[in-house]
Design a protein around this ligand. Structure first.
Ligand code: NI
Length: 281
């Protein structure tokens, strides 16, 4: 993986999607701000990180609505996530307005995205170092996110989805975190949507983890998703599109899995009685 970690991964975007390379930060930001203004999203800066804003977006909802966080762009060679967030925002079902308290962290590793490189410009991994039980040190992005630990935990109270890619693979898979001994409704919903776009990873091993039915289940490491799971969010998942497949199909798959995530959490919230919850930070 080391050569893959150092090299730049850049794909052309289709003319229908606006053309340009997948690492076009100015075009990506322009479209983000356009969609945020059109959709009534509130912007909030959590950064700066390495001289760039670390932007979050919020779509407020009525009291008692489930609180969900979608976070993307931790690794700069995985651009389908941040572009997928834009596709998700552009096609948000109107019935969800007011029904879900939705937060987005659309691009965590800005310097990596610009370079098309996995790590940030200091060579740090923005998806490691969140839990002290592991040896990895947090990145510049991770240090800022850890400062917002209470707020992020409240934002993701009823579910967290993180959006990644595996540049060396042609199959798709997900890491999921559910408070059961076996994968449950969240895992089934995400993987059934994922399988509509790409073949699921064969059973065996992926990135050193056991994978079954396209799922690595309740895997503990020092990632952002394992950290917020340890901090008590209801469920979490990390979805991986295959970098060896066409770029626009990966973007479409990311947006579709984001929609499947929100839809599943809304169903779960409608079917379970309300319970007392801590207030938002
Ligand atoms: Ni990744």
């Amino acid at each position: 993986m080391q050569e893959a970690e150092r090299r730049s991964w850049i794909w052309p975007r289709s003319p229908e999607a606006g053309a340009g390379p997948s690492n076009d930060l100015a075009a990506w930001r322009h479209r983000l701000h356009e969609l945020a203004a059109q959709g009534g999203w509130r912007l909030q800066e959590l950064g700066p990180v390495l001289g760039e804003p670390l932007t979050s977006l919020h779509l407020p909802a009525r009291r008692g609505a489930p609180r969900l966080l979608i976070a993307s762009g931790f690794h700069g060679e995985e651009p389908a996530g941040p572009w997928g967030v834009l596709a998700f925002m552009a096609a948000l079902p109107s019935a969800w307005r007011g029904a879900v308290d939705l937060r987005l962290l659309p691009l965590v590793n800005v310097s990596g995205f610009s370079a098309g490189q996995r790590f940030n410009r200091l060579g740090e991994n923005p998806n490691r170092g969140y839990l002290p039980a592991f040896p990895e040190a947090p990145s510049a992005e991770g240090r800022v996110l850890k400062r917002h630990a209470r707020r992020l935990t409240a934002w993701a109270r009823d579910g967290l989805l993180t959006c990644h890619e595996d540049v060396l693979l042609a199959h798709t898979y997900a890491y999921t975190f559910e408070p059961h001994r076996r994968p449950g409704a969240l895992t089934r919903a995400l993987l059934s949507e994922a399988a509509r776009h790409f073949e699921l990873h064969p059973d065996g091993e992926v990135d050193g983890c056991p994978v079954r039915g396209g799922c690595v289940f309740n895997h503990r490491d020092s990632s952002f998703e394992a950290w917020l799971t340890a901090r008590g969010v209801a469920v979490a998942a990390c979805y991986e599109t295959p970098g060896q497949q066409p770029f626009e199909r990966r973007v479409a798959a990311q947006a579709a899995v984001m929609r499947a995530f929100v839809a599943q959490r809304l169903r779960a919230s409608a079917s379970s009685p309300a319970s007392p919850r801590p207030a938002a930070a």
